[in-house]
Design a protein around this ligand. Structure first.
Ligand SMILES: Cc1cc2nc3c(=O)[nH]c(=O)nc-3n(C[C@H](O)[C@H](O)[C@H](O)COP(=O)(O)OP(=O)(O)OC[C@H]3O[C@@H](n4cnc5c(N)ncnc54)[C@H](O)[C@@H]3O)c2cc1C
Length: 459
């Protein structure tokens, strides 16, 4: 199989993507990192930067970026799953996390520049449309809430429908929001570029090396055992496949499509510059960006969980969702005309039971884990990696004091309760979206139900 078929991003890497060699046998290192997505690659990079003498080995089951990191929407935005819960618990700590994730957008750009990572990083901000009055009420409340918590009009502002159309010529729109703290990236180039930078600094990277078990001080693979006093898990949704961690996260699938490159005239009509992403504000959002070669890459409209936390190649395509994405695109941009869809793909991100991202190191076992980012992992994984660096190197820093450090999410239920619960949550969210689209009024009954289930995806 060519890696090109993984996603549009892999198809547009340039040269044919190739893997590094597998682990040749037993190994002893200071830090073993499991998983070669953003979390693993950034952690290897920052560890070697901070302590060049630290021996770091990264083990990836397939190839760098094979997971969600090489398949996502490429929105590097200032958002962390569960941030609003931290605000509710302790506004000061919530604000610290929000400032840290905001600064992360620039940090990603700075590393791309310093390490010559050609990841099409462009900080153009993000637009969020309200496509019905209920969404508009929620977006307005969100903007007001952000201002009440200290962000300025510069960071985030409400846009009247006419102002939205100054950014991008969308069809019917009830207003929106513009956030400056967001960049567009080519995610596969970013993941692979960061891994290359870590390797240049001395990290050892082994691909085609699936880890079969993780124990204190020891990572087992079919090729050999890696012994390390510190182990970092950067597995997102794949954590559910590792013994002892099966109920810590679930793999939740999302799907994307990419159009053929659009003509200059079409882009002049649409009006969206490179680096500015857009999304709507339904519960099952759509998110999209203009790629460097002038396509629209769009994803969302659902969250798909397969019984038993299964991850299988056959789940990577979902024609029903692809059709919904194309329809959403046409509704949003009727000016689009006839365009061909050239790429269709899917991937799984990791979701914790309380939909809250976290970074942890258990001092008793030496095992660290970061994940649960849901659809907000591009920036969050960078912040998590810098926090993991400080935890692993036992450094006191402002990062290890952030409220997501040390947060423990509850474990997921056993099957079939897990499947039933996720199915119920997604069905209610979808029904709430449908009601709001039809009536324009907020689906308040559904909202209460979803809060009870801990599954409210409300924007
Ligand atoms: C379709 C889609 C769109 C998204 N859009 C956005 C977006 O626009 N913005 C945003 O912020 N977030 C987005 N996300 C979420 C984001 O992509 C993830 O949160 C992020 O990539 C997670 O990075 P990670 O390194 O933790 O996990 P992953 O990238 O999933 O990496 C885990 C790695 O572990 C490897 N692995 C699995 N099992 C083993 C094993 N046994 N041994 C060794 N290695 C193993 C996998 O091959 C994989 O490479 C999206 C996700 C998807 C799926």
């Amino acid at each position: 199989m060519s890696y090109r078929s993984i996603s549009y991003w892999f198809d547009s890497l340039g040269a044919e993507p190739v893997s590094r060699a597998a682990l040749p046998g037993d190994l002893e290192v200071d830090v073993a990192i499991v998983g070669g997505g953003f979390t693993g690659a950034w952690t290897a990079y920052y560890l070697k930067l901070a302590d060049p003498g630290c021996r770091v080995a990264l083990l990836e089951a397939d190839t760098i970026g094979f997971g969600a990191s090489g398949r996502n929407g490429g929105f590097c935005w200032a958002s962390v799953a569960g941030l609003s819960n931290h605000f509710k618990r302790d506004p000061e700590k919530g604000a610290a996390l929000r400032e840290a994730i905001k600064a992360t957008i620039d940090e990603v750009g700075a590393v791309c520049a310093a390490e010559d990572i050609e990841a099409d990083y462009r900080k153009g901000g993000s637009l969020t449309f309200a496509t019905n009055p209920a969404q508009a009420a929620r977006v307005r409340a969100h903007v007001d809430g952000q201002h009440a918590l200290g962000w300025s009009e510069e960071d985030v502002r409400w846009l009247e429908p006419a102002e939205v159309r100054e950014h991008m010529r969308v069809a019917s729109c009830h207003g929106g929001m513009f956030s400056v703290n967001s960049a567009g990236v080519h995610p596969a180039r970013l993941a692979r570029g960061v891994a290359d930078a870590a390797e240049r600094r001395g990290a050892e990277i082994y691909e085609q090396t699936p880890v079969t078990a993780v124990e204190p001080g020891c990572v087992r693979t079919a090729n050999g055992v890696v012994r390390a006093p510190r182990i970092v898990l950067g597995l997102a949704g794949y954590l559910s496949q590792i013994p002892n961690y099966r109920r810590d996260a679930i793999p939740a699938y999302n799907y994307m499509v990419a159009t053929e490159p659009l003509s200059r005239e079409t882009w002049e009509r649409i009006g969206l510059p490179h680096g500015k992403g857009f999304s709507d504000s339904s519960r099952f959002i759509i998110y999209a960006q203009r790629t460097a070669d002038d396509r629209i890459a769009i994803g969302g409209r659902g969250l798909h969980y397969y019984y038993g936390s299964a991850i299988e190649p056959r789940f990577e395509h979902n024609p029903r969702v692809d059709r919904k994405l194309v329809l959403a695109l046409r509704e949003l941009i009727p000016d689009l005309g006839e365009v061909a869809i050239t790429h269709r793909w899917g991937g799984a991100f990791g979701m914790s039971r309380d939909m809250t991202a976290s970074v942890n190191l258990d001092p008793a076992t030496g095992i660290a884990n970061a994940g649960g980012y849901v659809g907000d992992g591009v920036a969050a994984s960078n912040l998590a990696a810098r926090t993991l660096r400080d935890l692993v190197l036992d450094r006191q820093s402002a990062l290890v004091e952030l409220p997501w450090a040390g947060h423990r999410s509850p474990r997921w239920e056993r099957e079939p309760l897990r499947w039933l619960g996720v199915r119920a949550g997604t069905a209610i969210n979808a029904s709430a979206d449908a009601i709001e689209n039809r009536t324009g009024r907020r689906a308040l009954f559904h909202e209460r139900l979803l809060r009870g289930l801990g599954a409210n995806l409300e924007y």
